[in-house]
Design a protein around this ligand. Structure first.
Ligand SMILES: [Zn+2]
Ligand SMILES: [Zn+2]
Length: 250
């Protein structure tokens, strides 16, 4: 892994010797001010069309490939999917929704007025509210759940639980290391060093363009090799080779 990372970095340096600015890599890093020139050099080699293909969202540093992608696809989980948080249903309101799709402030005003959520949201006099700012967990793309809290609701619950279990917890370290909230079909790279992000995306791009398919978790060979060359191929789960990357015998 270290060798591969070194090779990628060396290649990026060799391809583009002129100084680069972070603007050239906005398709990878968005408006994050990336000062790491090695990361920028590698990021400019990542094709914006590939990023669109694999659902890269630069603002949140989130990868969300479509489930039916021939190489990056995934099998929908059994049971309900964990959806990403959308905004409050009041047009233009940026606060995270809670009960009935309304943010807390709008839900409280809607209940006070005693009208339906649809009527409340459609009222042109309704004022959209500004966001509270990002959750302070480094890997979390969500917003804080209130003006006086540091985290989104799931992370606030998690921090309260972890601190109760270990009152001596280092909160700064917890913010840097705790995982994001699971969202079906999404992979968050938020909080990763920019060079690592560029290496992951560039490596994924090259692997995808080479036509590689996921490895079979049962035998460790590629699905193509497993299915065509092994005397007894592993039995694929519904979804088949190239999608789930799993076999029934894993
Ligand atoms: Zn709202
Ligand atoms: Zn959070």
């Amino acid at each position: 892994m270290t060798g591969a990372a070194t090779a990628l970095t060396a290649m990026a340096t060799a391809v583009s010797p002129a100084p680069l600015t972070g603007e050239r890599a906005a398709h990878v890093f968005g408006d994050i001010g990336v000062l790491d020139e090695q990361a920028v050099r590698l990021a400019v080699l990542v094709d914006p069309r590939f990023l669109a293909e694999c659902g890269w969202e630069p603002a949140g540093q989130i990868l969300a490939p479509p489930a039916d992608h021939p190489q990056l696809g995934w099998t929908p989980p059994v049971g309900p999917a964990r959806a990403a948080v959308t905004g409050c249903v009041v047009p233009g309101c940026s606060r995270p929704p809670g009960s009935h799709g309304l943010c807390r402030a709008h839900r409280s005003r809607q209940m006070l007025r005693g009208i339906s959520v649809d009527e409340f949201a459609a009222d042109p006099a309704r004022r959209a509210l500004a966001r509270f700012g990002p959750c302070l967990v480094t890997a979390c793309p969500r917003d804080r759940s209130g003006g006086r809290v540091a985290y989104c609701e799931p992370h606030q619950i998690r921090w309260t639980r972890d601190r109760r279990a270990d009152p001596g917890s280092d909160e700064a370290r917890w913010r840097r290391t705790t995982s994001p909230v699971v969202v079906t079909g999404q992979l968050s790279l938020a909080g990763m060093p920019p060079l690592i992000t560029a290496q992951v995306l560039y490596g994924l791009q090259q692997r995808t363009r080479s036509g590689a398919t996921p490895a079979c978790r049962c035998c460790g060979w590629s699905w193509k090799t497993c299915a065509t060359r092994r005397p007894t191929p592993c039995t694929p789960l519904p979804g088949g080779p190239g999608r789930s990357g799993r076999s029934a015998r894993c």
